[in-house]
Design a protein around this ligand. Sequence first.
Ligand code: YYY
Ligand code: MG
Length: 155
Amino acid sequence: SCLELTLAMIKPHATKVPYIVKGVQNIIISNDFYIVRSKQMTISPDLAEAFYKEHKDKFFYNRLITLMSSGISHVYILARQNAIKKWREIMGPTKVFKAKISHPHSIRGQFGLTDTRNVTHGSDSVESFKKEVSLLFPEFNVNKWYETEEIHFRS
Ligand code: YYY
Ligand code: MG
């Protein structure tokens, strides 16, 4: 069946810790994701605000924008069957205390520090993925990838 794309990110506090970067990359590979694009970038406060626009009225918005613009993020476009759902499963729950208790082997369960510093991001829907790609990989053409590249990644 068909591959799907998702957008994954290692957040700035976590890219400073080689043990966490290695751990997350091992999890990407061992769960059969293809790395379609990857780059390291510093997200500006403006870009972080656009990325997390849906949360602008939440109590955690300011600390979220501060974290996301505090250093280098590693951003990935990943491909797999059911990539969006699978990556979110592997990340575990947003809230780290919950991840540690009920999903101890998830990324957030293993490496999460706080609800904000919860290690990784993952798109939550196709719509979110498209929006997030247009912000972080503006040159990447999602429709074109599905038309011309997807076939090369099939097993
Ligand atoms: O998609 P996901 O990252 O799992 O969670 P969201 O509910 O979209 O929140 C985005 C981001 O906001 C979360 O990864 C950390 C931060 N955050 C927070 O700092 N405190 C909370 N109580 C909830 C979310
Ligand atoms: Mg989210």
